[in-house]
Design a binder for this molecule. Structure first.
Ligand code: URA
Length: 238
């Protein structure tokens, strides 16, 4: 993928983008042996040798893990033909190319992990590891104890039974209920479909935890870089 030269340099550890721009303007950067001073140039580091001070830069990226509180209205794909906002546009100051681990619907908010670590992403997403995700679902009405039990045991959804889930009623009013639901599968619109199957439409949905890693008080639209301890909390959440 072609990217701006200063971005590639910054990601390689040459410094901030501004420092990288300075290096370019000083004639210290070359592409395939040719000095470049053009700031707007785009290049694919996979196809060309980029040197700083005559030495090839290492384009191997440092692994980064980000927990974002995704707002509704954002897509979790890396581009959108319909021009809707994409989650990575919220990651100001992050130079690494990260991708979301799994997806959240356009109308779902909450915890979204983004990383450039494909191995960890695969581990988290692979069904055999059964990493849990917890959602707070605001649903119309008050599901009966029986219905909640049906969801907990697993229900038939599009010809396949859902795995057992954990549910906890957090709040009940005459018109709606807030229910925490923990699942380890990741079928499309699964939580919404599960509640629809017991006759309770989901009004709002928020992912509040990946495994044992909670979203906590991270404001909507904001992110934090997470470390090893937090990753362990995710992986411990079986
Ligand atoms: N279940 C859903 O229905 N939607 C999501 O975004 C995630 C889980």
């Amino acid at each position: 993928m072609k990217e701006r030269l200063q971005k590639i340099l910054a990601r390689s550890g040459a410094g901030s983008r501004r420092t990288a721009e300075q290096y370019i303007s000083e004639g210290r950067v070359s592409i395939d042996g040719m000095i470049v001073t053009d700031m707007g140039i785009k290049v694919d580091p996979a196809d060309h040798e980029i040197c700083l001070n005559g030495k090839p830069i290492h384009s191997s990226e440092e692994k980064i893990y980000i927990l974002l509180n995704k707002p509704t209205g954002y897509v979790t794909t890396l581009s959108d033909p319909q021009g809707r906002p994409i989650v990575t546009s919220l990651l100001t100051g992050i130079d690494q190319r990260v991708f979301p681990v799994g997806r959240l619907d356009l109308d779902t908010e909450g915890a979204l992990l983004l990383t450039n670590d494909g191995e960890l992403a695969q581990h988290i997403l692979h069904p055999s590891f059964e990493i849990t995700k917890t959602y707070a679902a605001k649903v119309i009405g008050r599901p009966s104890v029986d219905s909640i039990e049906r969801l907990a045991k697993g229900i038939e959804l599009e010809g396949r039974r859902t795995s057992p889930a954990k549910l906890k009623v957090i709040r009940e009013t005459v018109r709606f209920s807030v229910i925490e639901i923990t699942i380890h599968e990741g079928r499309k619109r699964q939580v919404r479909k599960m509640f629809a199957a017991i006759g309770h439409h989901v009004l709002e949905l928020k992912r509040i935890a990946y495994g044992r890693l909670k979203l906590g008080s991270l404001p909507t639209g904001k992110f934090r870089i997470i470390g090893k301890k937090d990753i362990e909390k995710i992986l411990a959440g079986k």
